[in-house]
Design a binder for this molecule. Structure first.
Ligand code: RIB
Length: 291
């Protein structure tokens, strides 16, 4: 079984702030750093660090060789990562303040993924392989359709959640991974109450496996009448960037290996509790030995 992680790669420009910038305000940052990110790249790194064989497909621009080197360093295969010299790699501007973050995205090359690239990449995968996606690249509806036709297991982390998600063939998704805001969005619920969100998700997506993280309250696995809860590990968060990506990568790795939901949720909770104690995105994802 091979894992195809088809997703975004961003240069993350991270600014430590005294408070988040408000309208009409100009504010100096307390510190600045540039690192590797993008939900796709972060999740590929997390999967690889959890011991899986991962192929990262996506698109970077003329400044993107560093991403290829970085992924290779952690054992991620980049044979299907296109370098497009006519574009710039995607980037994110991230404000970090008291452990929380705000992110502005510029898609760049991530939004130039086309049907031709998707068709070519999928020729290398077959029934029984796994496709992991997030909502940061172009042509996702086509990718989901084609991967489903080939019999791949499709895992969709709906981040960042927006209206486009509802234009995708969601009936072809096998596993959804969401946080509470994405879960409410996916369920079409205005509620902030987890039980109500879970009830709506069960109702709207019968037979689907759904993993929902709920911050300090832990995470849930939901599938029809099966509900499994996992507590969060209590730590002091310095920077939550990539915590969700770490959770996704470690959950999926463990779930695919052992099919043990409790064990997978626990490993993912542990891994993401380490990520929030480090600064930056990919660089803060722990190795399996740290767990
Ligand atoms: O999930 C964190 C990631 O979101 C960052 O690395 C940033 O690039 C955005 O894609």
């Amino acid at each position: 079984m091979k894992i195809l992680s088809f997703g975004s790669l961003n240069y993350d420009h991270v600014y430590e702030m005294d408070h988040f910038v408000e309208p009409k305000e100009t504010q100096s940052s307390l510190a600045y750093a540039r690192g590797f990110g993008g939900k796709g790249l972060n999740q590929s790194i997390a999967l690889a660090k959890a011991g899986m064989e991962v192929y990262h497909a996506g698109r970077v621009g003329n400044d993107g060789q560093d991403f290829i080197d970085y992924l290779n360093k952690y054992g991620v295969n980049t044979d299907y990562l296109l370098k497009d010299d006519s574009l710039a790699t995607g980037h994110a501007i991230i404000e970090v303040c008291k452990g929380q973050n705000c992110i502005i995205l510029h898609g760049g090359a991530n939004q130039a993924i086309d049907e031709r690239q998707i068709d070519e990449v999928l020729t290398h995968f077959e029934k029984g392989d796994v496709l992991l996606i997030q909502n940061e690249i172009s042509n996702l509806a086509y990718l989901i359709d084609k991967a489903s036709e080939k019999g791949l297991l499709i895992v969709f982390n709906t981040a960042p959640m927006n209206e486009k998600v509802f234009t995708y063939p969601l009936n072809k998704i096998d596993i959804f991974i969401v946080n509470e805001i994405e879960g409410a969005g996916l369920a079409g619920s205005e509620s902030k109450n987890y039980e109500e969100i879970i009830a709506c998700l069960k109702d709207k997506y019968p037979g689907k496996k759904i993993v929902m993280t709920v911050g300090e309250s832990g995470s849930y696995f939901i599938c029809d009448d099966l509900l499994v809860h996992q507590d969060a590990y209590k730590v002091e968060a310095i920077d939550t960037t990539a915590a969700g990506d770490t959770f996704t990568g470690f959950f999926l790795a463990s779930y695919l290996k052992d099919k043990d939901i409790g064990k997978a949720l626990d490993l993912a909770a542990k891994a993401s509790s380490i990520t929030v104690q480090g600064k930056g995105a990919a660089q803060s994802i722990p190795g399996i030995e740290e767990l």
